[in-house]
Design a protein around this ligand. Structure first.
Ligand SMILES: *Cc1c(COP(=O)(O)O)cnc(C)c1O
Length: 411
């Protein structure tokens, strides 16, 4: 049985109901009647497990959270209004003014802006490293470092991290490792590789159909003894950990971020995300196969393709050894100049020009004139954004149709 097969059973069985409505119920209510003041008191002190208010949790969203937590082997999850909401929730529940973050790889434009423009305003400082700068990463750790943040696949630079090696650095130093696994759900299991928290934009391949914006944060359980979260570095959290025990990262996220910042998921989006997830384990392996097929054909035709499945890619060996289930839906084409890139995008009949990725349809976007248009030259260089760079997210179409269309557009 291949790796993805396991999840087909898990998803359809856990999303559909055996009794009553088969499709998940959408609880479209912001608030919930408690019945009696005694029950209200119990809900607020946590002794009664019933919905309090949809900003803090909703039954439809709770079902989505349990499915994503099970997918990653986490103790629990908190769904959010967007992927940026998920990253913000995970980060803001851990940091205070004066703390430091080490960011490795990638980096998704919104996450880069969160670190450099927003968190910096609150005196949270981030330093950035390429995935292979392990020694520099090690040397950058200080007593104020609270988070090492890593993208499972560089978007759009397509560089692949040695996640185990980075997790070892984080664990040896006793620092929380957050992995943005948006591009590689099912393919990469960050918690099993030593990460503490996984963040997703569910807007992408998890939903797969552009119908709902969403995000999710998955947490590992806290160990009874010798957990890095119980060290003085994380003393702000100890009160909640003492009370909540092994699942404490969930109340930490809810009380230190979700409650006061309100990046909560809504029931309708959670429902649509579950519908998408029913077929995730079918869609992803097909696309992973198509990406490699398309990359190979376009590369052979002389186009400048960046994808780790190609033997010429600097991380090809790592792709073969550590990314046996692929590295998601992306590849990039460098057309050399903006003019040639625009001509390609104006000629392709198949690609939808949009900033999204991970859709059932093939999507494309010129990077320098869109997501990265505000970035200075040095930053663009670090992030691998060249003038002619087009990011492609391969969809479910017949790969030969994609190849034919792209070769025609690149003529
Ligand atoms: C899209 C994306 C995000 C942000 O997700 P939104 O749902 O758009 O807020 C974060 N990380 C990665 C890798 C992404 O691709």
């Amino acid at each position: 049985m291949n790796h993805f097969e396991n999840y087909c059973t898990q998803f359809v069985q856990s999303i559909g109901n055996k009794e009553g409505a088969v499709s998940p119920t959408i609880t479209n209510s912001a608030s919930f009647g408690y019945g009696t003041p005694e029950i209200a008191e119990g809900i607020f002190d946590g002794s009664i497990k019933k919905p309090l208010y949809s900003r803090m949790g909703n039954p439809t969203t709770a079902k989505l959270e349990s499915i994503i937590a099970a997918m990653d082997g986490g103790i629990g999850a908190v769904a959010t209004s967007s992927g940026m909401g998920a990253s913000s929730l995970a980060i803001l529940s851990l940091v205070s003014s004066g703390d430091e973050i080490i960011s490795i790889g990638g980096l998704f434009g919104g996450t880069y802006a969160l670190f450099t423009e927003t968190l910096s305003r609150f005196h949270v400082k981030t330093s950035f490293f390429d995935v292979d700068e392990l020694e520099n990463i090690q040397n950058a750790i200080t007593q104020n470092t609270k988070i090492i943040f890593l993208e499972s696949v560089g978007n759009p630079n397509m560089r692949l991290p040695d996640i185990k090696a980075i997790a070892k650095i984080a664990n040896d130093a006793g620092i929380v490792l957050i992995v943005d696994n948006t591009i590689t759900p099912l393919s990469i299991a960050p918690l099993k590789l030593g990460a503490d928290i996984v963040v997703y934009s569910t807007t992408k391949i998890l939903s797969g159909n552009s119908s709902a914006l969403g995000g999710c944060v998955v947490f590992r359980k806290i160990q009874e003894k010798d957990d890095k979260l119980k060290t003085p570095r994380y003393k702000d959290l100890h009160k909640i950990i003492d009370k909540a025990g092994k699942a404490a990262l969930i109340p930490i996220a809810k009380k230190r971020a979700l409650r006061d910042l309100g990046m909560s998921a809504n029931a309708q989006a959670s429902y649509q995300t579950m519908l998408g997830m029913e077929t995730l384990a079918l869609r992803l392996p097909r696309i992973v196969q198509s990406v490699a097929t398309v990359a190979k054909a376009l590369d052979a035709a002389g186009l400048k393709i960046n994808h780790p499945s190609l033997a010429s890619h600097p991380h090809h060996k790592r792709y073969v050894s550590d990314f046996q289930n692929g590295c998601g839906t992306l590849l990039t084409i460098d057309m050399g100049t903006k003019e040639k890139a625009f001509k390609f995008l104006n000629t392709t009949k198949l690609a939808t020009i949009t900033a999204n990725i991970g859709d059932s349809r093939t999507l494309a976007l010129h990077m320098a004139s869109t997501i990265y248009s505000d970035f200075d030259t040095k930053t663009k260089q670090f992030l691998g954004i060249t003038d002619g760079l087009i990011r492609i997210s391969i969809g479910l179409e017949n790969p030969q149709d994609i190849i034919d269309d792209f070769l025609n557009a690149a003529k």
